[in-house]
Design a protein around this ligand. Structure first.
Ligand code: MN
Length: 199
């Protein structure tokens, strides 16, 4: 990753000991997504996508599935700042106390707009409609995913569903088969113990 101008910031800090964000320059003009594995009161996955300069966020209790037949509950949570996308570490006390891992990270494309180019639906509009389709280019997850607001679920729940494309089923059951950090290679236990990133 091109991080030349952040070199001094990085050299001065040991990111296995500070909860400060690591900080990356933006690699591309494409918007980003991140999925943070969060062991708080209960383990869940925070799915965040950049829309309008913030990270729109959902808590997905079971994490994403790559099987198009599986619908995963995604409960909306508060917007997070862009810098949060690279936060990995321990939240010592208070709200969200526990361990946070960057489980997957990458860029995305507005797949809904690509499917219906004449409508020119922006991500903000798709979010307001409760029907988001995005093409993920992550380190673990790739391909089309839909986030659909489901009126029949109480508390305004959404559903996260893999679309049918060449990345369906790949990797199989990623929550189980690829449990570690996409950023540092560490397990939740290693992050909790503040062990250094794997080489
Ligand atoms: Mn969380």
């Amino acid at each position: 990753m091109p991080e030349e101008s952040l070199r001094t910031y990085h050299e001065k800090r040991d990111f296995s000991h500070t909860p400060e964000p690591y900080g990356h320059e933006k690699e591309t003009e494409q918007p980003i997504f991140v999925i943070q594995k969060h062991k708080a009161t209960s383990l869940h996955y925070d799915f965040r996508i950049e829309i309008g300069g913030v990270l729109k966020s959902w808590a997905v209790p079971k994490g994403p599935s790559t099987d198009p037949k599986v619908k995963r509950l995604a409960m909306p949570t508060e917007d997070h700042p862009m810098e949060y996308a690279h936060f990995e570490g321990v939240i010592p006390e208070g709200y969200g106390a526990g361990t946070v891992m960057v489980w997957d990270i990458g860029t995305y494309r507005n797949l809904g707009a690509e499917k219906e180019p004449d409508k020119k639906l922006t991500m903000e509009q798709a979010y307001d409609k409760g029907h988001i389709e995005i093409w993920l280019d992550g380190k673990k997850l790739k391909g089309g995913y839909a986030l659909i607001r489901a009126g029949h679920i109480s508390d305004h729940g959404w559903l996260l569903i893999k679309e049918r494309d060449e990345y369906a089923g790949k990797p199989e059951d990623p929550v189980k088969t690829e449990p570690d950090s996409a950023l540092t290679g560490r397990s939740l236990e290693e992050i909790a113990k503040q062990e250094p990133a794997h080489e």
